[in-house]
Structure formats: C-alpha cells, structure tokens
Design a protein around this ligand. Structure first.
Ligand SMILES: Nc1ncnc2c1ncn2[C@@H]1O[C@H](COP(=O)(O)OP(=O)(O)OP(=O)(O)O)[C@@H](O)[C@H]1O
Length: 517
C-alpha cells in the first residue's frame, strides 16, 4: 500500500529522494472512491494519482483532523495495469457485481528488489468507474517504452528443471496482467535458441526474454547479436565493429547460476526481473567479443582462464551430479591440482572514451605504432576478463567489483603463481566487501582489449594429471565452456546490447553462500 505524500513521501520507484516541487499539473479527472477504510476525494493528474480522505464537519480547533486528512499519491509511471474489480460468486455466469477499479503498481523495495502491489479504488457506479478505467487505460497505453509483445525462450532443464515452474507460476501471470502478448519456445537441446534466433521471425516483437541460467542467457544474447550482424550485412571483419542488437533482452533468473541476471538487477529475483521487463526499464550493457586468429568465437560478458576455466572443464565432466555439488567438487579437485598457466598477456589500458567510433580510430593508430599496448609474461593461476561486475552468491559485490555494466571498460584481474593457501585466502576474500585484490600476487587493470597467448602447446586434461593432454585450453565464458588452442583476443564494445533492467544500488550487508572453501 502506498505511503502518505506529505508525512512520508510516495513515489514507488523514487527510493525516498527529496526533490524540488514539480510544476503544477493538469487534473484529468476528479471523483469519490473508497480507498482503504474510508471515502476519499481522488484526483487523477497527468503524472500522479492523489487522494485525500473526505473530511467530516470539522469541530473547531481539533488539530487531530489535520493529521487524519493527509494526502496520499502514487506516480502514474509506477502503475503497470488497471482492471475493473468485480465480485463473482462461485459458478456465477456473467461478469459479477462491479466493486470499483484495481490498480497494479510496481514498488521499489530494499536491496534493488521490485514488488508488485495493488490499490483498490472502490465505487459501485458502472458509469463512474468506466470513465476512470478508460482514462487510466489511455495513460498506460501512452508508455511507449513498455513491451506489448515478447518472444520467450525457456530452458526446461535449467536448475533441476525448475525454470518452467518459475515461468508459468511467477512470470506469466504478471505478463498477462500487464497485457503483454507472449510467444514461448521451450528449448529442446543446447544450441536450440541460437539456431532459432538465426531465422525466426522477430517482426512484431518488442523484446526477447530468456528464462534460464547463465548458459541460456549467454546463448540468447550471442544469438541476438549474431543476428544483428547478419541483418546489417556484416560479412568479414565485423568482429571489430559489431552493430547493436536490435531488440532488448530480458533475463529471468531460473538457472543454477544466474550471474548475468544478478549483475543486471543487483539481485537474482524473478519478480524484480519480470517487473523491469513490464515497466520497460532499459539498461545498455557492454559486450565482449572473443576471437582467435581473426575469427569470432562468441559474444560474452565475462571470462576466466586458468583456474576458472579448469574448474568448469572438470565440472562439465560430472554433469550427473547436482549443479552445486559438481561445482564444489570441481573447485576442490582443481585446487588440489593447482597449476599455473604459462602465458603472455597483452592489454590496451582504458583511456576513458566510451565512444566506439572514436576508440576504433584511436586503436588503428595504436596498433600501427604498437605503443600503448602493455605485455606481461609469466605463470598465472587465473586470468579474469570481465565487462560486468559478475555478482553471485559467493561474491556478493562481484568477481569484478570495480567494473560497471556500461562503463566502457573491462576489468583484467591477473593472479600470478602463488601457494595454494594464499590462493585460497584470495578466493575467500570474495565473500567480503573489500580488499579482494589486496595481495602481492594479484594485479588489476582497467582495459579495453586483451590478448591471452598460452606459451605451452599442450592444453589441459581435467581428469588425469599424467594422462593424455588436450590440445585446447579451457575458458569459462559466462559459465559456458569454450576450448581454444591458441591466442584469444577479447575486445570490449560499449553498450552493444540493451537489457531490461534498472540502475542498481550497492548492497553493503551481503549474504554469502559458499560451502566448499
Ligand atoms: N532442452 C534442453 N536440454 C538440455 N540442455 C538445454 C536444453 N535447452 C537449453 N539447454 C542448454 O542448457 C545449458 C545450461 O542451461 P542454463 O544455464 O539455463 O541452466 P543452469 O541450470 O544454470 O545450467 P548450469 O548448471 O549449466 O549452469 C545452456 O547452455 C542451454 O543451451
């Protein structure tokens, strides 16, 4: 229920900031409704709905009445649906007795959480309610950024097969309430969403939604970006100047890992993610391209090479275990066989420009003279390259807490060879809120571009230390295994994709759930 305007300000999505009084607004409708337990004088303005309890005859000098007659309000931009409220009896034919109007509102709660709520405006007059209902509908139709039709990809296998339940019980009812049309495709195998995105008809959709975990989210984002390149007629070398995805992407966190959705919304919360989609909140996000020998491997948001890649390669061999068990098992087993990668890392430090065109021009000069690239060589336990903060349950401030979703740069975090105990100490620091990288064996850089060149010719066999070695090196790209035998070139492309999501606040009292260290 919205709070009082004068006593305690409303503004469901304003988060309590005090603002200068806005210019007077035109009143569109005025009428009487019962709200809560009493009759109210209600005004529908161009920006807000305000109501004030109707005063009974005021006994002279009684100041209590002033307190009781406080005005309340909600901003119209926080309303996402309006319905006529009717009383229907069991098995009743027809539409039932009119009780009034119900408004459905998006409220901002603590820790970046959004919640749906309702406000009932009670009035039994059909004619009165009809006028208000039509006007409110007209106002809602004017929010042109809100999606009206969505293409949904649902991975039924995500997180112990719980994604379907999440979608049909929590997401679909809210989308229906908001009057959004949906076209759901339940994916049947790994890569299905990607192949459908190559050719499916997207005309008429305002956005794409992925219901699943990081693997599915990355696949759909990659598919959407590939499609944009093909539609733009990009054939060769477009890896270096990709065009933006045409439609925004919504992520419903329904996987066993939801780092992308968590980083986007500040919380891996299904209703929050759904309400950002419904309200049409848009958040541009930086994207990386991963390429080798000039050929695009994939689009992505974060990558780990070394310990992060090896752990994932091992976990993938134990798919029969539950997701959390195989992750813990893989972390522990990889720690017992902790081994550095011998490689050369070159990177282009970030110089502050967020304009892709300007950057490309600068880069061509740089690569010609080769001046500003920095190169380091050595034995590295882990190399993280992250365009987004990568919030997750074991690192509530993120695996890359110093980067942002669209700051035009990536964090390069290099962990040099050290003892197992020191490395574990560093991993444990992620659970806290500061000093994750305050170790002599860790270096962090803010970069635009990175090349990781393994100097060894043999890759990694996750099972056998002394067994036959693979020829490829495992990378963990957004939780998905990518195996590459040679140098990987990672470039950042500012704001290349738009997600449904709002700006997030940092959480200072994070809750951590890590069982294996
Ligand atoms: N029907 C399906 N059967 C098997 N795999 C599928 C199916 N549909 C999609 N996938 C693939 O499953 C992979 C993992 O899915 P997702 O990330 O949604 O779930 P998850 O529970 O977080 O998985 P993980 O445990 O791998 O992190 C994705 O790469 C996706 O392409």
């Amino acid at each position: 229920m919205p709070r009082g305007r004068r006593g305690s300000r409303v503004g469901a999505l304003e988060g309590g900031r005090e603002e200068a009084a806005p210019p007077a607004e035109r009143v569109l409708l005025r009428g009487i409704f019962e709200i809560g337990s009493g009759g109210c004088d209600v005004e529908l303005g161009e920006r807000a709905l305000r109501w004030r309890p109707i005063r009974p005859e005021r006994p002279a000098g009684d100041s209590k009445f002033d307190l009781l007659c406080k005005e309340d309000s909600i901003e119209l931009k926080d309303i996402f649906s309006v319905k006529l409220k009717r009383r229907c009896f069991f098995k009743q034919q027809g539409s039932g007795t009119l009780l009034g109007i119900t408004l459905f509102i998006c409220l901002k709660k603590e820790h970046n959480k959004l919640k749906d709520s309702t406000l009932d405006l009670i009035n039994y007059s059909e004619e009165h309610c009809d006028i208000w209902f039509r006007e409110l509908k007209k106002i809602l139709a004017g929010f042109s950024d809100r999606p009206k039709s969505l293409k949904i990809f649902l991975n039924p296998q995500s997180h112990n097969k719980e994604a379907s339940e999440v979608y049909y019980e929590k997401v679909e009812p809210l989308l229906k309430l908001a009057g959004i049309k949906t076209d759901v495709t339940v994916t049947e195998y790994k890569g299905h969403a990607l192949s459908l995105l190559k050719e499916c008809e997207l005309q008429g959709f305002d956005g794409i939604v992925c219901v699943g975990g990081d693997g599915s989210a990355n696949e759909v984002a990659h598919g959407l970006l590939l499609r944009a390149q093909e539609s733009a007629g990009m054939e060769k070398d477009w890896v270096f100047t990709p065009v933006r995805a045409q439609l925004p992407l919504g992520l419903i966190p329904a996987g066993s890992t939801n780092v992308l959705a968590h980083s986007l919304h500040g919380i891996p919360h299904v209703v929050t993610a759904t309400l950002h989609i419904i309200m049409g909140h848009i958040q541009p996000v930086d994207v990386c391209t991963f390429s080798t020998t000039g050929k695009l491997l994939r689009f992505g948001f974060s990558a780990m090479f070394g310990f992060g890649g090896r752990t994932l390669a091992l976990a993938e061999k134990y798919r029969w275990m539950s997701p959390s068990k195989r992750r813990d098992f893989a972390v522990i087993k990889t720690l017992t066989r902790l081994k550095p990668e011998d490689c050369e890392i070159s990177f282009l430090p970030f110089n502050g420009s967020q304009d892709e065109g300007e950057r490309m021009a600068r880069e061509s000069v740089k690569s010609d003279c080769g001046k500003q690239w920095r190169t380091i060589q050595g034995q590295f336990l882990n190399v993280s390259i992250m365009a987004i903060p990568c919030l997750c349950s074991v690192a509530p401030r993120g695996l890359a807490p110093n980067t942002r979703l669209n700051n035009g740069s990536m964090d390069l975090i290099i962990v040099r060879n050290t003892s197992r105990s020191e490395f574990i100490k560093h991993l444990k620091r992620y659970a806290g809120v500061k000093n994750q990288f305050n170790f002599p064996f860790i270096e962090t850089y803010n970069v635009e571009e990175v090349k990781v060149h393994p100097r060894s010719t043999v890759g990694y066999n996750p099972e056998e230390e002394d067994g036959p070695q693979e020829t490829a090196f495992p990378w963990n790209v957004d939780g998905d295994l990518m195996e590459v035998a040679s140098e990987v070139h990672v470039r950042l492309h500012p704001g290349l994709i738009s997600f449904y999501g709002g700006s997030i606040e940092e959480v200072n009292d994070p809750k951590v759930t890590c069982s294996c260290l």
